[in-house]
Write a protein that binds this ligand. Structure first.
Ligand SMILES: NC(=O)c1ccc[n+]([C@@H]2O[C@H](COP(=O)([O-])OP(=O)(O)OC[C@H]3O[C@@H](n4cnc5c(N)ncnc54)[C@H](OP(=O)(O)O)[C@@H]3O)[C@@H](O)[C@H]2O)c1
Length: 316
């Protein structure tokens, strides 16, 4: 049972834990990194831009009571994902929490280095590859968690297998919603596969409601999107909660004791836009097992990262 107003002071002691936070330099990822570092976790702050990562580490500075490690990770480039994982696996013997948090929203029609539509590529496929390449370390760490950050936008999402890269019709928001539905399909399918092998690792999901971060400026501001950013400047002031409040469901999913595999956490007030964390429900489509399996198989084909050996019941 979640305490009614669970907040950052309720994050339990994290000493001896190793954690990766993608997009740890900004917004929600920054708050998650700061909170866990101040509770004693060794936080690997994964940032695509090392200068921004260094700035974030400086800001967290004195709050951290364990090493804060900066590593470069560009989720829009699978070779960078591979390099990151190789670097991590060489140095670290355990991984207690992987926060699949980084993301972009409402970018114009662009591609990743590997040719994927940018939002699906960064938000889902990059994290799919990252998780798969780190999985052996996650599985060998007892009670570890994979926390994937989705959004209320999953509700308007469709996975269009005939045009998954949205080459025929591109809409900035439709592509974002697709990627955020993909985040949930991935999180739940991963949990089903973990259940099959009886693993102590769990896969959970969270969303921040509406939090004022760089998300509303970065993507929407690209490619002449000043109309969107003007609107978001106003709504960020009027409707959004702080990045710290938005980070709470993610922190809850990563650290609270009563979290179970397949749970989804989000803010508990204002129709899920604001407030302290609560166990919430995602839509029916996100739980569609056939869809989850189909997306999984396609993600393996596209990223060439197969989980089969690790998630096969024969290997455990
Ligand atoms: N804020 C909200 O209201 C809201 C609502 C629903 C869901 N979310 C989700 O929350 C997550 C975090 O977003 P945020 O609100 O904290 O936004 P943010 O402040 O813009 O942070 C996003 C982070 O992702 C990083 N990133 C972007 N592209 C990347 C790439 N190719 N490789 C590695 N990192 C990359 C960004 O790096 P740079 O700093 O270099 O750009 C930044 O660190 C996202 O998944 C988003 O979809 C946010």
């Amino acid at each position: 049972m979640i305490k009614e107003k669970w907040d950052v002071n309720d994050v339990p002691d994290q000493r001896s834990k190793t954690v990766i936070v993608t997009g740890g330099n900004s917004g929600l990822g920054f708050e998650v990194s700061k909170s866990l570092a101040s509770r004693g976790a060794e936080v690997i702050l994964a940032s695509r831009n090392l200068d921004k990562g260094r700035e974030a580490i400086e800001k967290i500075g004195g709050d951290a009571i364990a090493p804060l490690v900066l590593m470069q990770l560009d989720l829009a480039d699978l070779s960078s994902v591979r390099l990151f994982c190789e670097g991590f696996l060489k140095k670290h013997k355990s991984l207690h929490m992987l926060f699949n948090n980084a993301g972009v929203m409402q970018v114009p029609q662009l591609r990743t280095v590997d040719g994927f539509e940018l939002q699906l590529g960064i938000n889902h496929l990059g994290h799919f590859a990252l998780t798969g390449l780190l999985l052996k370390r996650i599985l060998s760490t007892k009670g570890s968690r994979i926390i994937t950050v989705s959004s209320g936008a999953h509700r308007t999402g469709n996975i269009d297998f005939n045009d998954i890269m949205k080459e025929k019709t591109y809409g900035r928001l439709a592509a974002y919603s697709q990627s955020k539905l993909a985040n949930l399909l991935f999180a739940y399918e991963l949990q089903r596969r973990l259940d099959l092998i009886g693993s102590s690792t769990i896969s959970v999901a969270a969303h921040p409601g509406y939090a004022a971060t760089n998300l509303q400026m970065t993507g929407p501001g690209m490619g002449g999107g000043w109309g969107y950013t003007t609107l978001y400047k106003v709504t960020n002031k009027l409707l959004a909660q702080s990045a710290l409040m938005g980070a709470l469901p993610i922190l809850y999913a990563g650290t609270a004791e009563d979290v179970r595999g397949g749970d989804y956490y989000g803010p508990g007030s204002f129709g899920g836009m604001r407030g302290n964390p609560k166990l919430v429900q995602s839509n029916k489509k996100s739980h569609d097992e056939d869809l989850g399996k189909q997306l999984w198989e396609l993600s393996v084909e596209l990223t060439k990262v197969g989980y089969e050996d690790l998630l096969s019941s024969k290997s455990h």
